[in-house]
Design a protein around this ligand. Structure first.
Ligand code: FMN
Length: 349
């Protein structure tokens, strides 16, 4: 149980919670690639206490994901405490409370980043959740609601007083959304002020970014969100950089596409072919970003309904790519063989 927090002391690379992205399959892939711990996407405390099936699906995980945190959101301390108690029974390593979500649907219910506007409520929520579970509770916050209410130092103090074990800061305000740059000076500031470990978050897209954030801010761990989508190697590459000082090259297209195929297979195993492939589509868009003929590849992949079609297109693509790399004339024309066959059949008819 102490594992996660000990790891945080040593500079763990954590997979940040992302709604619609960090499902069990993606979390497993990131763990295999060296993520020190992973989090579920934010789970509605209202949904948990209503025993909503979909909410429970979001919170479920596989043994190989440990250490895994379940992240909860809500605006009512009693409901959150009850939900945390129920979630604890699923066996996570920690419960994280979301105080950062900027989405209107969430803040309208006084949850997510809206709670930062009412630090009394924030304290009450934390106190009731900490009391309701026997294990570690962490919190994830934004810097504040807007530039005129940068409450993050105070929020860390309250969290520490109420028994929270670590705090993650995404240093944008709610009003900022995702615009501009994440102001890492706020992370440095919090590292100096916070009585509990600070996990830095925001704009980590390359291993070098992680090293720079740790050096510049002194934070003990980082959470990577967007930089991990279609790019779970960020964890293994960053680990190598931190341990050896050498920055490994990004994965080859073959490696990217083999990982994409594995991702597809696991999603299909997990959710069935139709839903699994629907879910994996957004990931495929990222795995194929920046590849030679990437737009054509994506277009072909997005028209598929069966896993075997995806496999066929990727094999065809890799074949064309190796010819291209060898300087041979090469086109990637997905489905060309079938078109040719159909034409021949028509001609024969
Ligand atoms: C698609 C998406 C979904 C997100 N969902 C959550 C969530 O469920 N819980 C949470 O705390 N943060 C969520 N976030 C915020 C990220 O965890 C992270 O704090 C933010 O993206 C900044 O980190 P980054 O620059 O590494 O992306 C989400 C972000 C994205 C892009």
């Amino acid at each position: 149980m102490g594992l996660v927090l000990d790891d945080i002391q040593m500079g763990t690379l954590l997979l940040s919670p992302m709604a619609g992205i960090t499902d069990s399959v993606f979390r497993r892939l990131c763990r295999r690639m060296g993520a020190g711990a992973v989090y579920t996407e934010f789970v509605s405390s209202d949904g948990v206490i209503r025993s909503n099936r979909r909410t429970y699906q979001l919170a479920s995980f596989q043994p190989e994901e440990h250490p895994v945190g379940i992240q909860l959101f809500g605006g009512n301390p009693e409901i959150l405490a009850d939900a945390a108690r129920r979630m604890w029974e699923l066996g996570p390593d920690l419960i994280d409370i979301n105080f950062g979500c900027p989405v209107r649907k969430v803040v309208k219910k006084s949850a997510g980043s809206a709670v930062l506007q009412d630090l009394g409520l924030y304290r009450e929520i934390i106190a009731s959740v900490v009391e309701s579970v026997p294990g570690p509770v962490t919190v994830k916050i934004r810097a504040g609601w807007d530039e005129s209410s940068l409450v993050y130092p105070e929020a860390a103090g309250i969290a520490a007083e109420e028994g929270v074990r670590a705090i993650t800061l995404h240093p944008r305000t709610r009003a900022q959304g995702y615009s501009g740059k994440a102001d890492w000076d706020r992370i440095s500031h919090l590292v100096r002020e916070s009585p509990i470990p600070v996990i830095g978050n925001g704009d980590l897209f390359e291993p070098e970014d992680v090293r720079r954030m740790m050096e510049e801010t002194g934070c003990q761990a980082v959470m990577i969100a967007r930089g991990a989508i279609g790019n779970p190697w960020i964890f293994s590459r960053t680990k190598t950089l931190l341990e050896t000082g050498l920055n490994p090259p990004p994965p080859l297209p073959e490696e990217k596409l083999e990982a994409a195929l594995l991702h597809c297979r696991l999603e299909v195993e997990n959710k069935g072919e139709r839903r699994g492939l629907q879910e994996v589509r957004k990931h495929l868009a990222y795995y194929t970003r920046g590849l030679w003929c990437g737009a054509k590849l994506r277009q072909a992949l997005f028209q598929t309904v069966h896993y075997l079609e995806i496999e066929g297109i990727i094999r065809e693509y890799l074949d064309a790519l190796s010819k291209y790399a060898a300087g041979e004339p090469s086109h990637f024309e997905p489905g060309l063989d079938e078109k040719r066959r159909t034409k021949e059949e028509l001609r024969g008819a």
